[in-house]
Design a binder for this molecule. Structure first.
Ligand code: AMP
Ligand code: ZN
Length: 492
């Protein structure tokens, strides 16, 4: 399996640090508001990467933090006259709720910054002792970028060249403009904790590092986030970890997702094209949003639009109908029939689709290619059903339905769970009792009995009975659909 590593700028063969196991970490949100669909794109990408690694048989341990103390949270709390802890709690819950709706698997560990103060202070103390950090006169603690000869290794930046081009926060307390805060001295009215350097709170870059060390053990296999985090956040994370624990790197593979854009433009509140995940999921099924996002490779910019999303809804419906038709055909197929050439050819298509899906996903998680492989199997299956008439193979149709379901499940698109359920009305039982003497109490059995009675009446040219059955069915809001594998009932 090949994975693109941001640090080396190339795809590398993936070999975990410990055989059969993968330890991965993805920076979580700052919980001051509902997350937007750009954040969701990043979390979805890593959810699918994790699911695929599990599908390949790796034992994956996945950690993701909640940044629950930060300037944005404090500002929001002040605006609303609430405590920062209250704002953070509300949006931590909101985040977890939206992740569940979106079908994102829970992390194995979800540490929160405010509960990891000790681990962070331990790391900061170590950095001070080793000469990589210093306490400023105001009680801030800074990481000294000049103390680390490898600083810039992840983002490929050189400190001397950066100085000319980049805007940095100028601050008299810093020895170098690129030094960054590990600990921030308390300001009045802000949340703070006691420390050897006075009351204060941790810096953002320090969080992830200390949590990785505590919960996964450093270094780890995969560290991920959006491309906007490469510098300075991830550069600063890796600098701290390499210095504190004398490591060659914090993560063997650094993975970054491309930014989501809306209708070709950067998403922003001022352009009026800003959408939270919640408002999109209130209107669209999660599976369609997942499908749309996964049709673009995770490293490429993602062009989001509602017309593309409508397209994904339609595509998913076609896939779902195909799988339903295959299962229906399998249920009604003659038992133990000999395989025809067409049956065998479709069987091969199923194997080829699985192989192609794996080949694409092994190539730096090319979900777009993987989805194309699934769609080509769907087309082949539709053609087979149209051509086969009554002569379908139970074994082959089932195998194809299972293959499509299995491969989509790797992408977290669950046909079984979110598919429209065939819940037939119970009044069918009364109709079947009246029309064909059915004595049971199951709507689906009643439907079969009615369809059989209708077919028998038509065969005997008893049009009166056949029409009466059809009218009774229509009156319940259902229609008879004639398919390759026989008739069935569906909602009108
Ligand atoms: P934040 O809460 O801003 O730290 O963002 C959480 C995650 O979402 C980070 O991994 C960001 O890199 C990522 N992210 C932010 N904006 C976008 C975007 N427009 N497209 C994709 N990912 C994004
Ligand atoms: Zn982080």
């Amino acid at each position: 399996m090949q994975i693109y590593n941001t640090q080396t700028h190339r795809k590398e063969e993936f070999t975990p640090l410990e055989e059969g196991k993968v330890r991965m970490y993805v920076c979580g949100p700052t919980v001051y508001d509902q997350i937007h669909i750009g954040n969701a794109r990043t979390f979805l990408s890593f959810d699918v990467i994790r699911r695929y690694l599990m599908y390949k048989g790796y034992q994956v341990t996945f950690a993701q933090n909640l940044t629950d103390v930060d300037d944005k949270i404090i500002n929001r709390a002040n605006e609303q006259g609430r405590t920062a802890a209250d704002v953070a709690e509300e949006f931590s819950q909101a985040f977890i709720e939206q992740m569940h709706r979106f079908g994102i698997l829970d992390p194995d560990v979800r540490p929160r910054a405010t509960r990891e103060i000790e681990a962070m202070q331990d790391m900061i103390s170590l950095l001070i002792e080793q000469g990589n950090a210093y306490v400023a006169s105001n009680g801030d603690v800074y990481f000294s970028v000049r103390s680390d000869s490898r600083y810039g290794v992840l983002s490929g930046r050189d400190l001397d060249q950066m100085r000319a081009g980049e805007r940095v926060e100028v601050n008299d307390e810093k020895r170098d403009p690129f030094d960054f805060a590990l600990w921030k001295a308390a300001k009045p009215g802000e949340p703070s904790w006691p420390s050897p350097w006075g009351e204060g709170r941790p810096g953002w870059h320090t969080e992830c590092c200390a949590m990785i060390h505590r919960y996964l053990g450093a270094p780890i296999d995969i560290h991920g986030g959006g491309a906007d985090l490469v510098f300075p956040h991830h550069e600063n994370e890796t600098a701290q970890a390499m210095c504190a624990w004398h490591l060659p790197y914090l993560a063997k593979t650094w993975m970054h997702t491309g930014m989501l854009r809306v209708d070709g433009e950067k998403m922003s509140k001022s352009l009026g094209n800003f959408y939270t995940l919640k408002e999109v999921l209130d209107k669209y099924p999660a599976d369609a949003v997942r499908l749309l996002m996964l049709q673009t490779h995770y490293r490429a910019p993602l062009d989001f639009s509602f017309s593309r999303l409508d397209g994904a809804v339609g595509t998913l419906e076609r896939v779902r109908t195909c799988v339903k038709n295959l299962r229906w055909a399998a249920e009604n197929a003659p038992k133990s029939a000999e395989l025809t050439d067409a049956d065998r050819a479709l069987g091969h298509e199923a194997d080829a689709a699985r192989e192609e899906f794996n080949r694409q996903m092994d190539d730096d998680f090319n979900t777009a290619g993987g989805i194309a492989a699934i769609f080509s199997l769907v087309s082949a299956a539709n053609k087979y059903l149209a051509d086969a008439g009554d002569a379908v193979s139970q074994a082959v149709t089932l195998r194809v339905a299972d293959t499509i379901t299995e491969l989509l499940a790797v992408l977290g698109v669950d046909l079984a769970e979110t598919g429209e359920k065939d819940d037939l009305p119970h009044e069918l039982v009364d109709l079947a009792r009246e029309r064909c003497g059915y004595a049971g109490d199951s709507a689906s059995e009643a439907a079969s009995a009615l369809l059989e009675a209708r077919a028998a009446a038509r065969k005997a040219k008893d049009w009166g009975t056949a029409d009466a059955i059809r009218d009774g069915i229509t009156a319940l809001g259902l229609v008879v659909e004639d398919t390759a594998a026989g008739a069935r009932l569906k909602k009108a």
